[in-house]
Design a protein around this ligand. Sequence first.
Ligand code: PHE
Length: 455
Amino acid sequence: MAKKATREQWGSKLGFILAAAGSAVGLGNIWKFPYVAGENGGAAFILIYLMCILVIALPVLLAEILIGRTTQRNPVGAFKQLSGKPFWVAVGGMGILAGFIILSFYAVVSGWSLGYIVEAATGKFYEFNQIGSSGAHFTDLTQNTLWNISYFAAFMILTMVIVYYGVQKGIERGSKIMMPLLFLILIVLMIRGLTLEGAEKGLDFIFNPDWSAITGKTILVALGQAFFTLSLGMGAMLTYGSYMSKKDNIPISAVEIIILDTLVALISGVVIFTAVFATGESPNVGPGLIFHTLPIVFTKMPGGLFFGVLFFILLSIAALTSAISLLEVVVAYFVDDKNWQRHRAVVIFGFFTFLLGIPSALSFNILADFKIFGLTFFDLMDYLSSNILLPLGGLLISVFVGWVWGLDNAIPNLKQGAENLFNKFPWMLDIWVVFIRYFAPILIFLVLLNALGII
Ligand code: PHE
C-alpha cells in the first residue's frame, strides 16, 4: 500500500504524548470541569468523575490508541480494516460526527477566551472590584452578536491554519512549547487562590462530598465529562494513535496522559472555587463561571495585568491544541479514505463547522430563548455530544476490542512496545482484559439506561 508509506508519523515519542495531552488538556479541564462540578454539587461529583476516569476511561483510552496504532488509519478506515461490517464502520462515522459537533461549540467558547486576551490587555479587569460587575461584563460581551461571531471565526481560522500544515509541523511543534507554560501559570494562580481570604470554603466545596446531591443524571454528566476531558469515544485518540510507532509504549502513554489531564482539571478546580467562594460568586452560574471569577482574581494579584493576558493566551492555546485534534479526525477521514487533498478537507470542513457553530454562538444573545428539550442550542450540542455520543462511542469501542476484533488480536498488538512492562507485571494485562470486556461496557450501559429513565 503506497499510501501508508507516505503517511506522517510523530517525530518522537514525546511528540505523541504532548500532542495527545494537548488534545486532552483544554477547555474541558479549565472551563468545563469547574462549571459542571459547580452545577452538580462539587466534591461528590468530582469523586464520581475520578472513578469514571479510572474504571472506564483508562481501559477505553488504551483500546482507542491501540486500534489507531494497529491500523494506522482514521476512525472509519480503522473499523473498516479490522471488521469491515457496516455497523462498525458506522461507529467510526459516529465519532467523526461527534468531532464535528464538539468543535462547533468548542470554538465558540475558545473565541471568548481569545476575546478575553484583549479584555485583559486593555485593563478592563481593573474596572471590576466585585463579582457582579465582572459577571455583568461577561454577559454584555456574549450578548454582543458581533463580538461572539468574530472571535469564533478568528479561532476557527487559527485551527484550520494549523491542521492545514499537517501533523508534525503544525500539531507537534505547537504543543511542545505551550503545554509546560500553561501548567506553570495554573500553579501560580492556584497559590494566589489558596491565599485569598475565604479560600477554605472553596476547598470544602471541592473536597468535602455531599452525597445527597447525586442523581442518575449527575453520574451521566460525570461520565460524559470523563470522556470529554480525555478526548475519548470519538476517535481523536485513535487518530493520534495512528501516527504512533509500534515501538511506543501504549499503556504508559495512556497513564501519563490521564495523570496530566486530571492534574490540570483538579488544579483548575482549586483555582476557580477558591476564587468563587472568596468573591461570593455562586458556583452554579454555568458556562460563564471562569469568565466571571478569574478577572477578579487577576485584579487581586501583583502583576495581574500580565498574568491575565498570559493566562488567556495560554487558555486559547490549550483550546487550540484540542480543537486541532477535533478537526484532524474529520480531515484524516477524507484524506485517507476519500483521497482528498488535506488542504481541501481543511477548508471545506472548517467552513461547515463554522456554519454549525453559528446557532451556538447566538445561544447567548438572539437565540437565548430558543429552547429544544429545554436546552439552548449550545447546551443541546454539548449534551448530545459529551453525554450521549462520547459514552456511546466508548461503549462500542470496548465491545469491539473485547469481543469483536477480539483479545487474541488485541493483546499481541498492545504488547508491542510494552514488552518489559507486561513481562514484569503480567497481571496488568489481565486487569485490562476484565475491564475492557465487562466493567467498561456494562457500567456505561447502565449509566446511559439510568439517565434515560429506563432503570
Ligand atoms: N479534551 C478536550 C478538552 O478537554 C476536548 C475534546 C473532546 C477534544 C473530544 C477532542 C475530542 O478540552
